[in-house]
Write a protein that binds this ligand. Sequence first.
Ligand SMILES: [Zn+2]
Length: 599
Amino acid sequence: MSDIFFNGKFVGEVEAANTNSFIDQVKDKRRKGEFPAELSIRNDKEKDLMLMTTEIGRALRPLIVVKNGMSLLNKEHIQLLKENKLTFKDLIKQGVIEYLDAAEEDNALIAAKEEDLTPEHSHLEIASIAMLGLITALIPFGNYDSSSRLNRGSKTQKQALGLYSAAYPIRLDTDVSILHYPQKPLVRSFIYDAVPFYPAGQNMVVAIMPFQGYNVEDAIIMNKASIERGLGRGTYFRPYNATELHYTGGLRDSITIPEKDVSGYKTEESYRHLEEDGIAYPEARLSGGEVIIGKTSPPKFLSDMGEISIAKARKENSATIRQEEGGTVDTVFITVDNEGNRIIRVKVRDQRIPEIGDKFSTPHGQKGVLGLVASENEMPFSSSGIRPDIMFNPHGIPSRMTVGYLLELLAGKVASLRGKVVDGTSFAKRNTEDLEKQLQEMGFRADGKETFYDGITGKPLQAKIYVGNIYYLRLKYMVANKIHARGFGKVTLLTRQPVEGRNKGGALRLGEMEKDAIVGHGASLLLKERYDSDSVVVHICEKCGSFAVIDKIRNRELCSLCGNTKVEPIEVSYAFKLFMEELMSMHIFPHLILKNKYE
Ligand SMILES: [Zn+2]
C-alpha cells in the first residue's frame, strides 16, 4: 500500500499493484483539463509515498508529452502555430504540452532532442534553451561554458549598467546608474530580440594577451583613448530628501537658508549653493558635506528654549551631500504629502568615467577590475592599425573553461567586419567552420589570430594575438562609491572605538585575519598602534586588583574597596575596561593581578 498525500495532508491509500495506473489516471485527467494544469504528482518509491500538490511557490516548466517514444507535437501543430491558428494555450488544453514541477521531474525521463527519443522517455524539451532561465539564455554560446560560469554570468548581467528605465530622468531611484552609450550585442541569442530588453553593455575590441603585468588576477587593461571617446561612461544618481513637518503647537520646520544664530549653524561656505527658497539651484556642483536643502527645525523640548526666544532656539536640520560623494544638482521635485507637509526631493548626478578599480564583466562570468588605463600610443596594434579597447589575460581561460567567451570573440569579429548580427543562441545548430571561412574570405586568419606590434618599440610581437569583439558589461560596483580612507575621526560613545561605515566617516576595520598578517610580518609596532585606538590608563589597586580612584582634589590615590593607597597605572583598551564593568554589573568580581615585568 502507498500513502497518498495532497498538499501535505494524508488523503488515502492505493494498493501497490495499482500505483502506476493511479498515476496514469491522474496525469490523464490533468491533460484532459479535468484536473488543474498546476497539479503535480510524484511517486516516491523509496518512502512508498504518492505526493500530489497544487501549492503555490513551485517553479513549473513546460514540456512536450511523449507517448510510446513519439512526440505528441506533430507537424500539423507546428504548421497551425505558424499560421497563428493555434496558440500555446491550445496545446496545453489538448494535452500536448504540460507543466512539470521539480518533484514530478524526478519521475520523468526528458529527452533534450527529438532524435534521442526512446519508448522509455516521458517528455521532450520544447527547445534545449528552455532548460536555462531567461537571463542565462541571453548568454551567447552558453552551452560551451561550464555551468558554474553561466551562474556567475547571469548574476553579473543583473549588475550591468544600461538604461534601467526610459523614464529615468523623472524617476527618483536610490543608488542607480545609467550607461551613456549602450549597444545591442553583435553576437546574441534570439531571446534578446524576442523579449524587449534595454541594452546594457558595449561591443569592445578584445585582445587576449598580457600587458606589462597590469592584467594579472583577472584585471583588465583599457585603452585610454577609448574611454575618452565615451567607452563605459555612465552617470550615477542619488536623491536627497527633506520634509517640512508640522508639529503640535503651531510649530513647523522651514525650508530656508538657515540664519546664522540657528544652533548647529555650519559655515557660510556650506550654504553657498542655496537660493532664496533654501534649495540648491539646478546644475550647481556640490561636494561632500555641502548643504543641498537648507532646513531649520523648532526645538524638540520646550526646556531647550530657556530664556531665549523660539526663533533663536531653532535647530539646523539641513540635508547635506554624503561624505566622500559629490555631484551636480540634476532635478528638483517639490510636492506635498497626505498631511499637507511640503516635500523637497533633489536628484544629484555624478558622471562616472571608467577608472582603475571599476568592475567589468562578460556574460560568461569572466569578471575583473580595471587594472590600468593604458595610453593609446603604448598599446600594441595590429597590421591594420586596430588597437584593442580591452586586453584580457590568457591565464583567465584554461581554469575557467569559458569556451563560449572564445567563440563569442571569433563570432564578434565576423559580426563587426560583416556589419551583421551573428546568432549565438545556446544549443542552436551551427558550425564554427562557417565563421572561420567568413574570416578567410575577408582576408583574415581563420583562427582569429593576428600579428601585433609593440606600441613602444614598434617591433612585431613574437606570438600571434587572438583578437575580436566581445560584449562587455560595466558593473555597478565603482571605485567612486567605495573609496574610503581615514586618519582620525569620530569614536563611539560607549566603547570609545572608532565608528563603523564609510558614510559616517568611520575607520577601516583591521580584523582577525589582517591581524594575523601583521603578526606574520613581525610588525609589532604597527600592530600596537592599530589596536591602540581606544587605549586608556586605569589605576589598579595592588592589593585587591580592582579599579582604584584618583582623587585629584585631595591629591591622593585610593582603593575604595579595601582602602589601600598603593595603586598602579595600567594601560588597557577602553573596551576591556567596559567589559570588566559589565561583569561587575552581573555580580562577577574580576580583578587584575599585577606583576612587575622586570622582576
Ligand atoms: Zn583594593
